[in-house]
Design a protein around this ligand. Structure first.
Ligand SMILES: Cc1cc2nc3c(=O)[nH]c(=O)nc-3n(C[C@H](O)[C@H](O)[C@H](O)COP(=O)(O)OP(=O)(O)OC[C@H]3O[C@@H](n4cnc5c(N)ncnc54)[C@H](O)[C@@H]3O)c2cc1C
Length: 400
């Protein structure tokens, strides 16, 4: 059985690793660039139990994927340096309204892990080794089991693992179309020639609909350019938990090689709002105007929160996560196109859920049962209902 996976981001490589673990004998991963060159390489690497009170559109099934992701990366870290640290995920409020709206419900959430800790402002300063100023927050909640990783290094480690299990990786090979016979997909066309297969999985991120158009199908994806700033090494504690501050327009910040990496909604915009500039397959976008906006709007607030840290922009990265109307993932067979499956709609949570989603898709193809994949089915959307990316944005639920 030959399976071709199009896309060597974290989602495609996770499908490949799990297919091989589940006994699929021949897996070929094809990418226009190298593993993790696209959105995955910009991923900030926060991995946590987001369904446990941080994002209410996630469910018990997503929670199972989140815990699986944590366990998967911890195991991956035993054989490769993927920057994996169990520092915990810390959710903070900077005012009473932020506390009431975003943070107070977390410890009472039915999925809250038993080790959840509610912290006052002084506790927050203590668990951050003095990085967060006591006067800057009203309190927080800590999930001590949360981890951080380097998404790029983890993906390259998964590529090595896939190869060791027998996968063939074909980087720098752009897929230009799908081979079909009697309506079924029988392989791919590439710039270097055709490749036949028994089944094809599209894990092509922001470019998924380009290839789906070949079989007359479309999934509702809102492409968002998301920015991540990295500050110079300045002695930030390696024990710093990953920090989320919902009342600072979704601020996230964590330690990165002795400095910080951070971002928030000020550094995000729908690709369609930014310009008509085409995004070449597999290349990360470059929109400096979003970094300027972060500098003007977020940086003054971040200075108050972390007064002693160097938060200057050493360098920055951008990627294109894709949102869905219900903010849940798309994983499964493409209706009306036997032989073709999709894993897409990462909802900017593909690092966390990637290992679990790869296991789900592999399980659907090999008949290996795990969680119920029903809520990820593509058929839950009528593509005609979302003729534009703006229509998807209008339908999306808020985080809580
Ligand atoms: C700034 C930022 C911060 C983030 N932080 C987090 C976080 O903390 N935690 C978290 O869980 N998630 C986070 N994410 C989201 C996460 O990075 C994504 O969900 C994930 O990387 C998506 O992976 P992917 O494999 O779908 O996409 P990609 O990495 O884009 O992979 C798709 C691949 O398909 C290939 N491809 C496409 N079309 C073709 C073609 N025709 N032929 C050949 N190859 C093709 C591309 O070259 C590409 O390599 C963040 C994202 C960004 C941008």
């Amino acid at each position: 059985m030959t399976t071709i996976v199009v896309g060597a981001g974290i989602l495609g490589l996770s499908v490949a690793v799990h297919l091989l673990r589940q006994g699929n004998d021949r897996v070929v991963v094809v990418d226009a660039a190298n593993p993790a060159d696209a959105t995955t390489g910009a991923g900030a690497g926060f991995v946590g139990l987001w369904a446990a009170g941080y994002a209410d559109f996630f469910t018990a099934t997503d929670l199972a994927l989140e815990q699986y992701g944590i366990d998967f990366y911890r195991q991956l870290a035993e054989g490769a340096d993927i920057g994996c640290r169990t520092n915990g995920n810390l959710y903070l409020a900077t005012d009473d309204d932020g506390w009431r709206r975003w943070i107070a419900p977390i410890p009472d959430h039915p999925f809250a892990p038993p080790e959840t800790r509610t912290l006052d402002a002084a506790d927050v300063t203590r668990v951050t080794d003095g990085a967060v100023a006591t006067g800057a927050v009203v309190g927080g909640v800590l999930h001590p089991g949360g981890i951080q990783i380097s998404a790029g290094r983890a993906t390259r480690a998964m590529a090595a693992q896939a190869r060791a299990l027998g996968a063939e990786l074909r980087p720098h090979t752009r897929v230009t179309g799908l081979l079909t016979s009697d309506g079924a997909v029988t392989g791919i066309r590439t710039e270097h020639g055709d490749l036949p297969a028994d089944q094809v999985v599209l894990a092509s991120g922001a470019w998924t609909n380009d290839l789906l158009a070949e079989v007359g199908y479309r999934v509702p994806l809102l492409r968002i350019v998301a920015s991540r700033v990295v500050s110079p090494r300045s002695g930030v504690s390696a024990r710093l938990p990953t920090i989320m501050v919902p009342d600072h327009f979704g601020l996230w910040v964590r330690e990165h090689r002795g400095g910080l990496t951070y971002g928030n909604g000020d550094g995000y915009a729908p690709l369609s709002d930014l310009s008509g500039r085409a995004q070449p397959t597999g290349r990360r976008p470059v929109f400096p105007e979003l970094i300027d906006r972060l500098g003007t709007k977020l940086v003054p607030r971040l200075r108050k929160l972390l007064p002693d840290a160097d938060i200057s922009a050493g360098y920055w990265l951008q990627g294109i996560p894709c949102m869905t109307p219900d903010r849940r993932f798309l994983a499964g067979p493409v209706p009306g196109a036997p032989g073709l499956s999709v894993l897409a709609g990462d909802n900017e949570a593909g690092v966390t859920h990637g290992p679990g989603l790869g296991r789900v898709v592999a399980g659907l193809l090999t008949g290996t049962e795990w969680v119920d994949p029903g809520s990820y089915r593509l058929e839950r959307f009528d593509p005609a209902e979302f003729p534009t990316e703006q229509a998807i944005q209008a339908a999306m639920p808020a985080r809580r």
